[in-house]
Design a binder for this molecule. Sequence first.
Ligand code: 6R9
Length: 639
Amino acid sequence: MVVPGSQHIEDKMYHPPEGLQKDAHVPDFNCYLELYKKSIEEPDVFWKEVASDFYWKKPPTGQILQYNFDVTKGNIYVKCMEGATTNMCYNVLDRNVKDKNLGERVAFYWEGNSPDHHEAITYGQLLGQVCRCSNTLKQMGVRKGDRVAIYLPMIPELVYTMLACTRIGAVHSIVFAGFSAESLCERIMDSQCSILVTADGVYRGEKLINLKQIADEALEKCREKFLLYFLLSRPVGCCVCWEEVMGQVSEVIGQTPWDAACDVCWEEVMGQVSEQCEPEWLDAEDPLFILYTSGSTGKPKGVLHTVAGYLLYTSLTFKYVFDHQPDDVYWCTADIGWITGHSYITYGPLANGATSVLFEGIPVHPHVGRFWEVIEKYRVTKFYTAPTAIRLLMKYGLDPVQKYDLSSLRILGTVGEPINPEAWHWYHEVIGQKRCPVVDTFWQTETPRSGLLLQVFRRPWPGIMRTVYGNQERFESTYFKKFPGFYVTGDGCRRDKDGYYWIAGRIDDMINVSGHLLSTAEVEASLTDHGAVAEAAVVSRPHAVKGECLYCFVTLKDCREFNRTLVDELKRQVREKIGPIATPDFIQNAPGLPKTRSGKIMRRVLRQIARNEKDLGDLSTMADPKVVEVLFNHRCETA
Ligand code: 6R9
């Protein structure tokens, strides 16, 4: 394990403890190398072995992976297990319950927003609920190939609905339940969903979100925008999913808006249908789901994934990256509304028969030690979160962590952005108590892939996206036009002398200062290395002499004051760590940063603030648009 961030900052190796290595699926580097070589040199043999763990109604007829990555040679395509038929839901549930006898094993420990709400769901119970839900969807007219929009919080019903879609061959399009009516409408329209599944409301921390009202607004907008839309599709407007917690919510918000002509009460229908439902056998390359990318850049794209490839890829990466063992309790803190949740809360863990925590809440409610409390409560062994959450919790110091017993932890994971060394060390030392390896997993909505890091890929793997829904042209031009024959991730990276790759951030975030290409992640890492800085974001601003120069936004830790001395110290620090070329021209105080709802910093918006461009375009993916005004008010005019 090498500390991520910058080669200028760290050059130290950390090895996993021997005990952990001994029983691991991939115990040492040689074993990894062997697997890696096989996957490259004999991909068919490699993937056939992975596939042999799963159920195929019909076997594949040709090579496991077929593809064209070269736009000059025709359409871009990837096919995995062509000719085979299977079902995702059958593989992640029925196979575990019937073939592996895991019916009694807990699939999810659901932990609500309030610590008083929790529930354990076994694989057997999950299968029953998913079948009911499948029958409900069928009863409402949903058929194979139809798109189903799901706008639900992190409640078990979200998993039921998602898996029910896969059981009957419908394509789920999950929209994170924090998006606005406008964003929800845009996504429903783009993939022409025939029904929308939602809940009446949810508490996120102390805040009540009235989902049904937002869903109604979204559908109203769909009707306005495209009258024909509802005439063409099945006339099921909205379907509401209730649960115990929601009962209380309803009391608070009063009467939930209800239109008997198109709204359906989920629980009523669920109660009337059977717990048995035959899975629909699908072609390996039939669509599994559509997910809109986080949109830190440009208009969201409907990334399309297919059945067999997604099963193989998520199951394999989950097993190896988190070294899954039968006695594990695994917890990924992401929301299922993001790709991390799709892959590493639902598909990967369930395909491995894992026991996971499904968490509805937020890290700071009802107190800032909530994550650590949950780890102690369920004796979590593998914990997967994002640098943004780590930086948030670091701000509160050691006390909230030390109240809890974290001795059950064995492996920690991080995902979402390059992790700055300061956050890495805190995670490793304070949370992992220097005993737990930190697995840094670089991947994208488009490319569920962990492990080897490269900017461009010459060959596909089963879990790569197949197209942008309804827009093959955008798919090809975004990812394949730049370098014919390669998939371009959009991320920059560096290879160090030992052959390790360091992800430097999005290529659009690289800055060219006087002809030197600088990575914003690297400058940010040296800023957050300063004791006063909790978080930093660096963007470019045009400069008469240098071409571009560095404009830095810094969020200070609690009780630290922003003043001239601090600005000078920070400039000196970056200069000393990276070099004079990286000396920031502007450092602005940022009480908050514009972030997507999945926690990624929206550098596009910061770039516009730095340049004083008032027309910010589409801000629908931003978690808290209020921060923008504050940042405009604090702009630095002169260096
Ligand atoms: C899984 C996810 C994808 C972009 C990706 C890259 C950044 C994700 C990272 C990372 C450095 C990591 N990214 N994981 N950068 N180290 N471990 O986040 O998907 O929302 O599609 O974002 O996130 O820039 O290109 P998605």
